[in-house]
Design a protein around this ligand. Structure first.
Ligand code: ADP
Ligand code: MG
Length: 452
């Protein structure tokens, strides 16, 4: 295994890394380094938590020469405001002993403060696409000196419908530049973007997308409905010493709020919630309080928690079952990080069982099922989505309630897009696994027996 010294880094960078206590580069860091140094376009695929930020930051910092110029030479695009803050903090830590100037800009915060910050001059600009474009239009930010463009979490970016914004920005940066892209998954959208804008990129892929995570102990419970899930959750997480840092995932903000209200009655200030309708400050505060251990439980939608680095999460609870199996991997990847053991719990209803099967197919692992505890009350109360629907037989939970991740632009357009996405899950799965799986699949047990 290589060490950081093997990469011939400058002493300043070595000192910065030593301060952080990192011993050796992760596989994605090691393999990306020479590719990025070579100046070629690169696409890096590695799961959440594999150290992608440092993978692009290290070679960039190593090559960045001291300059007083105002215009940024490195542009890093990320999908959410939280990620801007996190990436800026990361780079500042790595570059602690260098004179690198880093700036972060994102929507939902005072634009004038950001204008002033950018006007001071910076070497590396980290931005969400929308706010960046606004600041380009009024000439606060000039992208003509950008030599390297990094698009981080590109799969999330495209999922949120940012392709249009990305394309706009790509038109403002010089043609002659290095493109670097990082993604946790390779999707059709990602492939299309690469094809359109990258020049024979080198692909660095670490581990198969969806490989089961060895450090995580996974379990699942079959549960009647939403409020029975709430009852089960309340029963489980009351064991404070065991469930000491719990991240709960839900697929949409309505469920997030509903769950928050139900849990707050019991746990009060121990619990926080983040989704794209919460203000920027609220979200940052919630994440901080959770990360520092002031809140024991955090409820989050998928997009909000993507890429945010949280320390020592004891349990990831999938309050609902992700319709895209990859999202399950992303979710549980928030625990068991950095060689520590983590636990994940999946709650699924009968209608979600097909999604659970898709997840198990992807991981090639059957999640051990736990017996529903006798002490937990089964609720008769149904949320609106669970009540029988007569008008819309093909009702898909995915269509109307997806979290939009706080992207503040073109609300209508984005919503329209989401409606079109609805129902495509079955097609995707059909394509991927050849045969569509349904919850009525009687051969389910047979298939699993075959596997192990
Ligand atoms: P990703 O973007 O792939 O999800 P991050 O860049 O956010 O991953 O890094 C995940 C965590 O791993 C962070 O806490 C980071 O500080 C830590 N980390 C990154 N590189 C190393 C390394 N070489 N050794 C130890 N820890 C590392
Ligand atoms: Mg990342």
């Amino acid at each position: 295994m290589k060490t950081f010294e093997d990469l011939n880094l400058s002493n300043q960078l070595i000192y910065g890394i030593q301060d952080l206590g990192f011993n050796s580069p992760t596989p994605i860091q090691e393999q990306s380094f020479s590719v990025i140094m070579s100046g070629k376009d690169m696409v890096g695929i590695a799961q959440t938590g594999t150290g992608k930020t440092l993978a692009y930051t290290l070679p960039i910092l190593q090559q960045l020469k001291f300059s007083k110029q105002v215009n940024p030479r490195i542009l890093i695009l990320v999908p959410t405001r939280e990620l801007v803050v996190q990436v800026v903090e990361n780079i500042e830590a790595f570059a602690k002993y260098t004179s690198t100037r880093v700036c972060g800009i994102y929507g939902g915060a005072n634009i004038n403060t950001q204008r002033q910050a950018v006007a001071q001059g910076c070497d590396i600009l980290v931005a969400t696409p929308g706010r960046l474009y606004d600041l380009c239009l009024d000439h606060t930010v000039k992208l003509r000196d950008v030599k390297k463009l990094v698009i981080d979490e590109v799969d999330v970016m495209l999922d949120l419908g940012f392709r249009f914004q990305i394309t706009n920005i790509l038109e403002l940066v010089p043609r002659k530049r290095q493109n670097i892209m990082f993604s946790a998954t390779m999707t059709e959208d990602v492939a299309k973007l690469i094809e359109d804008f990258f020049i024979s990129p080198i692909k660095v892929a670490i581990a198969v997308s969806g490989a089961p995570l060895a450090n995580i102990e996974q379990t699942a419970y079959k549960v009647e409905n939403f409020y029975t899930k709430v009852n089960l959750l309340l029963f489980l997480v009351k064991e404070k010493t065991i469930y000491n840092k719990v991240l709960i995932f839900v697929s949409n903000k309505r469920s997030a709020d509903r769950l928050f209200v139900a849990m707050q009655e019991v746990f009060g200030s121990e619990i926080g919630v983040i989704h794209s309708n919460k203000t920027q400050n609220y979200r940052l505060r919630s994440i901080e309080q959770f990360d520092e251990g002031k809140n024991r439980i955090l409820i989050s939608t998928d997009i909000m928690a993507r890429g945010i680095d949280l320390d020592m999460v004891s349990h990831v609870i999938n309050f609902d079952t992700p319709t895209y199996p990859e999202n399950y991997i992303h979710r549980i990847g928030r625990t068991g990080r950095a060689e520590r053991k983590g636990k994940s719990i999946l709650l699924f209803t009968e209608r979600e069982e097909e999604f659970k099967i898709a997840i198990e197919e992807l991981m090639d692992y059957k999640i051990p099922l736990k017996a529903f505890p006798k002490e937990v009350k089964i609720s008769e109360e149904l949320v609106p989505e669970e009540r029988p629907i007569s008008v819309e037989p093909n009702f898909s939970r995915r269509t109307s309630e997806q979290d939009d991740g706080g992207g503040a632009f073109h609300e209508k357009l984005e919503k329209n897009k989401k409606v079109n996405l609805g129902g495509s899950y079955k097609r995707t799965i059909a394509k991927k696994y050849k045969k569509p799986l349904t919850r009525g699949d009687k051969n389910m047990t047979k298939r699993f027996k075959k596997r192990k």
